[in-house]
Design a protein around this ligand. Structure first.
Ligand code: GSH
Length: 427
């Protein structure tokens, strides 16, 4: 029997959900204006942040604004490693550094200064940034950050007593656990506060990068940090800003200079899972119903734990809508765009929404895998949408008779100009 062909573009379009309310709905990376319950005339703040929704210092300010529900505009700027910086931004901020924030016409750079200005204008998030307990926790965050950089990026010894870098990081992570143990709840203070916001970007990047480059499970090794992440994953504000292991693993090296893989068996297994999947429990033979959603993503022995959040309904359809929105640009920027890729993509999307295997045209696997490796979270879609899409692209690529051929376009490590946002922004 001949396998079924792909759904038509019209049929796929008919399945795609409408664009969600970016302005008043849940936190999301695509919004250019956030109003919550206010009107546009009340907006006093503009946040300048990166197109990729990747910059950790931007995430800190972004999350703070979302938590406090301050109405704001967003203007997106290109980070150097993805493409050329916009001239209008350089005129405003000659260094080109992100984030920047305009409040009542006053421009502020440096994320800590920005949070201080926001706090002065709108009041603290639970506790003032200058509170002695908050200050001590902010210092602890920087100590953990330095220990992580040392282990991830530098050879040799770290820490004041020249402890091996891993041991020094462990010590700092235990101090963080001690700080989390002070209060009975999951947070650093009695309730969610600016301290949690400040820890979020780098704990997220640490979890991803240490799993990929060191085979080290931050959440598995540090239960209080796991509990903190699990509570964070119940906040829609965080979920809108949350990235995933694949995005961080490949966006960190150009930012950090280098990330050193340890080469242990555990590390190689983690990196393979993050890069090659499976990203879903039992491949994607069918779209899971509520009963089979809580199967672990990967065998528990491998320290890849990106989330404990169960897949919310609609992840596959979210991915479908995002691909359809940018279909023409995605095909145009794909270096393998010629080889029946449009139909190959229709096959992958058919698999995404129906679970049906749909063999793509011969030679399209390279283009499908090129796209698979360039889904960026949360810029393009949620973590769960990305898992569904990566799995559908890969399962479809495997049905191409030429699937085994190397793609010839590995993800670059010294820059990410393969992710230049310009054409997507224009589209
Ligand atoms: N100390 C600054 C650091 C900001 C920073 O390092 N920003 C990076 C992005 S993560 C940046 O804008 N780099 C220039 C670029 O990538 O274009 C802050 O806290 O705001």
């Amino acid at each position: 029997m001949t396998p079924p062909g792909p759904l038509s573009w019209d049929q796929l379009q008919a399945l795609a959900p409408p664009e969600p309310d970016r302005i008043r709905g849940a936190t999301n990376a695509q919004a250019q204006l956030r109003l919550f319950c206010s009107s546009e005339s009340e907006v006093r703040v503009t946040l300048y942040r990166d197109h990729h929704a990747w910059c950790p210092y931007c995430q800190k300010v972004w999350l703070w604004l979302e938590e406090r529900q301050i109405p704001y505009r967003i203007r997106k700027v290109t980070m150097n490693c993805y493409g050329d910086k916009e001239g209008w931004y350089r005129q405003r901020v000659p260094s080109g550094m992100l984030p920047a924030l305009e409040i009542d016409g006053r421009l502020i750079t440096e994320s800590d200064e920005i949070l201080a200005a926001l706090e002065a204008a709108f009041g603290p998030l639970e506790r003032p940034l200058q509170d002695p307990q908050v200050l001590a926790l902010r210092q602890l965050e920087r100590r953990l950050f330095r220990a992580w950089c040392q282990w991830l990026c530098c050879t040799g010894e770290a820490g004041p007593a020249s402890e091996p870098a891993e041991r020094h990081f462990e010590k700092m992570a235990h101090l963080v656990e001690g700080a989390l143990a002070v209060h009975p709840g999951p947070w650093f203070l009695e309730r969610f506060s600016s301290v949690d916001v400040i820890f979020t970007p780098y704990l997220e990047r640490m979890g991803a990068s240490l799993s990929y480059y060191k085979g080290y499970g931050l959440r598995q090794r540090h239960p209080a940090i796991d509990r903190w992440f699990t509570a964070l994953e119940q906040r829609p504000t965080y979920l809108g800003t949350q990235s995933d292991f694949h995005t961080h693993a490949h966006d960190l090296p150009p930012q950090m200079g280098q990330c050193l893989a340890s080469g242990t068996q555990a590390q190689i297994a983690c990196a393979r899972l993050i890069d090659q999947g499976p990203w879903l429990p039992a491949a994607d033979a069918s779209i899971p119903g509520p009963d089979d959603q809580d199967v672990p993503l990967v065998p528990s022995a491998v320290p890849v734990l990106e989330t404990r959040q169960l897949e919310p309904p609609g992840a596959a359809l979210e991915a479908l809508a995002r691909v359809l929105k940018h279909r023409q640009t995605l095909l145009a920027v794909n270096p393998h765009g010629g080889a029946g890729l449009d139909q190959g993509l229709a096959c992958a999307l058919t698999r995404l929404v129906s679970g049906e295997a749909c063999p793509p045209p011969a030679g399209s696997a390279a283009g499908l895998r090129y796209l698979r490796d360039r889904i960026s979270v949360p810029r393009d879609m949620s973590l769960h949408g990305a898992r569904r899409l990566r799995q559908a692209l890969e399962s479809t690529a495997q049905l191409d008779p030429a699937a085994g051929l190397p793609s010839g376009h590995p993800i670059p490590t010294s820059h990410r100009r393969d992710q230049d946002p310009r054409r997507f922004a224009l589209a």
